[in-house]
Design a protein around this ligand. Structure first.
Ligand code: 5GP
Ligand code: ZN
Length: 114
């Protein structure tokens, strides 16, 4: 996608604080963090949202969760806890239409959501 911000961060056309990258996914710090750790994990290949997921995307989306867990462990969040969020569509407040998994942690969070 030529006009997608997160595609441009993946391709390094737009700068991002990349904290992890492999052949399937890229992870970078959120520009407007809501907690001490706020990382976005995205597929390298463009996908708008969960609505745009097909079966071929399952391994990559599964891998996004593995990377989230590893990043959480690196930051010592496995016991204090963390939240993984994927917003989909307007009611959820999705702003960027390139699938992304928010990894949020390092502080006590409000609950319930919604
Ligand atoms: P959404 O609301 O779509 O689930 O989340 C979009 C996230 O992208 C927000 O948390 C927002 O702060 C983040 N964001 C928006 N623009 C940029 C940017 O240019 N760079 C980075 N690193 N994050 C961004
Ligand atoms: Zn994209």
């Amino acid at each position: 996608m030529t006009d997608c911000l997160f595609c441009k961060i993946v391709s390094e056309e737009v700068p991002g604080e990349i904290v992890y990258r492999d052949d399937q996914v890229t992870a970078f710090n959120d520009i407007n963090p809501v907690a001490p750790t706020h990382i976005l994990i995205v597929p390298n290949q463009h996908m708008s949202s969960v609505n745009d997921m097909d079966q071929a995307a399952e391994p990559t989306v599964g891998h996004m969760f593995t990377v989230a867990r590893e990043l959480a462990e690196q930051r010592n969040l496995q016991d204090s806890g963390y939240r993984l969020i994927i917003n989909t569509g307007p009611d959820a407040g999705q702003d960027i239409f390139h699938l992304h998994l928010h990894l949020i942690g390092g502080q006590r969070m409000r609950h319930p959501m919604g």
